[in-house]
Design a protein around this ligand. Sequence first.
Ligand SMILES: Cc1cc2nc3c(=O)[nH]c(=O)nc-3n(C[C@H](O)[C@H](O)[C@H](O)COP(=O)(O)O)c2cc1C
Length: 184
Amino acid sequence: MKIVAFNGSPRKTAACATLIESLCAGARAKGHTTRVFHLIDQDVKPCIACYSCMGHKAEICSQNDDFIGMAKEIMAADVVVMASPVYMGQVTGLFKTFFDRWLTFAEADFSIRHVVGKRFVTIVTSGAPAQQFKEVTEYLKHWVGDFFKLKHAGSLVAGDLHEPGDIHERHELLREAEALGRSL
Ligand SMILES: Cc1cc2nc3c(=O)[nH]c(=O)nc-3n(C[C@H](O)[C@H](O)[C@H](O)COP(=O)(O)O)c2cc1C
């Protein structure tokens, strides 16, 4: 099985990245392959609302940037991991710019192509206690699950995180992430 993860944090070794890595380690222990994209390293332009994707004028998207390769990875994957810190009460701008480009998976009549039936995991980290921003997880579950029709395979929420290394003290959460990876 193939797992592809997207990290919406600009910090490549902090909480989201570490939880992704624990999840992927669990998945690899079960023989699955994993690939992680740190969105900060990717050239992803904002959606320009040209609707070429929905009108089938472009195979995936009319903009030729790193999203095209990531969309192909999503199409080839069995499980998609969507990870973002909470910034100003929502996913990061980095993550949202990437997610807007998922419009390519919607048809003109809003039926969904390429991703229906795949499974997804959400990871949300925050400075505040985790329960304070549970609506961010609900937002991801709604749009990835209800709208894009992937099947929910699990969610990790981690709060009270400030310094990049704080997550390394959260042994129970790291075990939970690894167990989720093993269960996929
Ligand atoms: C610009 C910015 C905005 C943030 N906004 C919030 C917020 O609204 N609520 C919150 O609890 N934490 C907020 N935080 C803290 C991050 O969500 C928290 O440190 C998170 O663990 C970072 O994830 P990372 O370690 O993967 O980078 C913000 C941090 C930054 C840099």
